[in-house]
Design a protein around this ligand. Structure first.
Ligand code: 5AD
Length: 347
């Protein structure tokens, strides 16, 4: 096998075999990473020009009924600071975001029983009525098909639900026994069938992850053909069972972002907060490797430090929606421009 050939094939055909992907990942070096990144960047430029879409992230609740071993807001973390936003607070975030040029609002939260279908659909309907030209993205975890249908009918357009890992045995090492990959996949399929622009994704360097697991993730993403993919490094949180596990590497994260871009040319691919957290300039590095989305934080300042999925999670500086001008300058420096558009998936 020859790395150059694999990369060229990825660029030309948007595919590679399991064996080729494993070879590419395990055999990567500075030179192949450069080549891969350059082609992934070219592919993104061909499809999106130098536009960067922005999404305003509103973290609506830090309550969660789940106990995922990696996550700082897991149920059994008694030290986590819990809050939930009211409908008025959420609408106020949207108003502020609209003024700053955001045309997509992402409502993300733990699986909080307070946000029943009726409550959540009511919030979605109010945003839909108040901001008819905006996209509404939800990231609220696993719910029933009926629930997803209600939220879609209320006016939500997109849904983010990372699959976390496509290997069942690996999934079981990251999650409590009540949670299964099967159910997660069921949710993802339902979301797509209902008509949501759907996003899946995984953490890079999560505990026990092998190259074969990563290849499973890449193959799953290719076959599921999502509209969005979220990939960031695992970062330990000090009050979780994975407190002492090492963080994922920025280098491997960026490499995989490029592979995802080449395998899924039109996918909406954010340079995530986690990437910006483990490395200065991580977001820029992601964009230069084929990302075309950034998701600054629009949550009220008073709660930002409470939505701590992992240690040192950024929520100010370039991560903050108020700092849109600064973000624009950073992107301009590397040749990109932040645009005020919904940035829907286009086939
Ligand atoms: N490090 C990195 N990402 C994390 N997430 C949760 N906990 C962590 C962590 N410790 C990610 C998960 C989840 C998304 C909202 O945040 O992938 O789907």
């Amino acid at each position: 096998m020859n790395t150059e050939k694999i990369i060229e094939k990825l660029y030309e055909n948007a595919e590679a075999s399991r064996g080729e992907l494993e070879f590419l990942i395990d055999g990567r070096n500075e030179e192949t990473a450069q080549k891969l990144s350059a082609l992934a960047r070219r592919r993104a430029l061909e499809n999106f020009g130098n536009k960067i879409y922005v999404r305003g992230l509103i973290e609506i609740s830090s309550f969660c009924k789940n106990d995922c071993l990696y996550c700082g807001i897991r149920r059994s973390n008694g030290k986590a600071q819990r809050y939930r936003l009211t409908k008025d607070e959420i609408l106020e975030c949207c108003r502020e975001g609209y003024g700053l040029g955001f045309r997509t609002f992402v409502l993300q939260g733990g699986e909080d029983a307070f946000f029943t279908d009726d409550v959540t659909a009511g919030i979605v309907a109010s945003i839909r009525a108040g901001f008819p030209d905006c996209a509404i993205t939800l990231s609220l975890g696993e719910r029933s098909r009926e629930s997803y249908e209600k939220l879609f009918r209320a006016g939500a357009n997109r849904y983010l639900l990372r699959h976390e890992t496509a290997t069942p045995e690996h999934y079981a090492k990251l999650h409590p026994k009540e949670l299964s990959l099967e159910n997660r996949m069921e949710c993802l399929r339902a979301l797509k069938e209902i008509g949501f622009q759907t996003g899946c994704g995984f953490m890079v360097g999560s505990p026990f992850q092998t190259t074969a697991d990563i290849v499973n993730d890449l193959m799953f993403i290719k076959s599921f053909s999502p509209q969005m993919v979220g990939i960031g490094p695992f970062i330990p949180h000090h009050d979780t069972p994975f407190a002492d596990k090492p963080a994922g590497a920025a280098e491997l994260t960026v490499f995989l972002l490029s592979v995802v871009r080449l395998m899924n040319p039109k996918v909406l691919l954010p340079a995530t907060t986690a990437l910006g957290t483990i490395e200065d300039g991580g977001r820029e590095r992601g964009v230069l490797a084929g990302c075309n989305v950034v998701m600054p934080n629009l949550s009220p300042l008073s709660v930002r430090k409470k939505y701590m999925l992992y240690d040192n999670k950024l929520s100010t500086g370039e991560e903050a929606a108020e700092a849109r001008a600064a973000l624009e300058r950073r992107m301009e420096k590397i040749g990109y421009r932040v645009v005020t558009e919904r940035g829907d998936y286009k086939d």
